[in-house]
Design a protein around this ligand. Sequence first.
Ligand code: ACM
Ligand code: ZN
Length: 696
Amino acid sequence: MVARIIPAPVSVQERGGSFRLTENTRGKIEYKLDPKCGLPPEGYTLNVTRTRVKAVASTPAGLFYAKQTLRQLTDGDQIPCVRIKDYPRYSWRGFHVDPCRHFQSVEGLMAMIDVMAQYKINTMHWHLTDDQGWRIEIKKYPRLTSVGAWRTEWDGGVHGGFYTQDEVREVVAYAAERFITVVPEIEMPGHAVAAIRAYPELSCTEEPVGSFSTWGSPDIVLCPGKEKMFEFLDDVIAEVSVLFPGEYIHIGGDECKKTRWQKCPACQARIKAEGLSATADATPEERLQSYAVRRMEGILAKYGKKLIGWDEILEGGLSPNATVMSWRGEKGGIAAAEQGHQVIMTPSHDGMYLDHYQGDPKIEPETISGDNTLEKVYSYNPSIPVKGVQGNLWSEYIYSEAQRQYMFFPRAFAIAEIGWTLPENKDFTAFCTAVDRACEDLDARGINYHIPMPEQPGGSYNHVAFLDKAVLEFTTSRPMRMVYTLDGSEPTPESATYEGPFEFTSDATLRIACVTSYGKLGPVRTLNIEKQQLRPSVKAEGEHGLNLRTTYGFFLNWADIPASAFWTAPMPIEGTRDIPKLEPTHYNMTGMNFYAAEATGYINVPKDDVYIFSTVFDQLWIDGELLIDNGSEVKKHTRADNSIALQKGGHAIKIRFLSNVHGGWTTARNRGDILYRRADETDFHTVRTDRLYRTI
Ligand code: ACM
Ligand code: ZN
């Protein structure tokens, strides 16, 4: 059988037999460049017979891709006899990296480039500037990197780094050798706090700005009212344009808050001078953004470059020759195409954002949000003709290179196939087989990747309380065998295979993991299954709400609160959502009063049953037992759901909350919910005031 290639070629004819690679067959492998062969630019033909191998293409890129196909076909010293004709569906097959939120080394980048080229990706979108870091050396503005490339984190650490122009040239050349064009992104007019920290005169207020170490979209943006802001961008592009030989520069344009422009005399003068009054579908400030992007298009043209921007550049009117990168769904891309513009589809929730979850959030490492499983990524198919597709890997919640790779692979292989393969040749089952081979190849290079974990439908949790029996079912985010043990030992690929739901009637320890077709074990989950008696209740009646006490200070762990801390006397609150909202929040939490809070009272549960609780509060105690402890994890989502058997009625509850910033996430942004579901339910309920009592 001929190995399934990623991305699947246009046509593969198997011919039986194989070509054997030996010392003296090398001369019988021919790569022929024939500009008149009639194949599309990146296309190729590959003929393997028992006696020779011949690749033909009209461009060196085509021959490079023929070689990548040949590499995947080769099995030991055999190449199966085939006739392949192949060319890409799209001319832009991209991946995006974000070294701004968390810096990525040149070596890390090169490893990604190397792999992606083998799967016929031809574009790397390098997001080089953002609020949290400016990552490219600009000789005329040294403070962009001496100041803008470094930030102090809330735990006191310093994070940062930047690429020298020599390093940029090195990366660009390395990519070019592999037929990957690097497209730099220089963000304007929003997501530019790092530049403004270095040069405050670029903003409306010109106020000094401190380290920016939280995620989101601040209102501190560039000032398009000021000519010197455009001079700055012109100078930056003058240096950037010569480092990147490609035809495009990405100018960002997304998520620019326009509140300061409304109050800025320079911005308002510009609006007046340029006649940017409100229209039926745009505010004056949206038209000001459009004006700024249009100016940017002129600057790029001066240096021989074309403009790409995120779909927000549609607001207030598109620049004449802009290419639109559609990330907020396909809507922007469709509108741009209707206006005759080129479009690159990268809709976040349709699978193109590789920073989203790829498995059950209850057990996967923290991510921004979302649900982009390998299958969902793979299923994406642009609904209109476009220039191309791209997978984006934002790095807010990526704290190491290993984690960056974990988020990227194998979903990046799906991006490669969407970009190249005709929809009629896509087949998820066949693709998964090829993914296994590709992942084995990653192992050989020491590159990390995602292997699914066995997941419980409705949300995974590791401590399973039950009354009479526990029925436990497991699924995987992509098809994969699961193996398990019940004696506490570490599962191996030879352990028993999961065949269907478990039924437990006594205490047990279940250790379960996925195992790949090549015998590699994924992360092992350990579940403690415990027969419980109902925790006895007390009569729940009295005043609704909870009692809250607080102490001020920035604490990352509950244990860090000093014994001498001054706690306020308990005060009544209505419900759990009051707990994280005691202080107003600020875009960067500067001057924020951080605090620790403890809320106590009783929760009234509706019937005798096992309850699964979930919360991103630091701790949840029920009947004096620490049920959920989110420990030192980033508290945007929780991986600590837990179950307990409770008798109908009132149970003591204690909630502990630390208002802080950890890993860039501000806990004050959490909604402040305690959620519960009964073991036979799949949806969580929110614990509202009517279930809470201050006193009994
Ligand atoms: C984006 O994700 N803000 C383009
Ligand atoms: Zn302004």
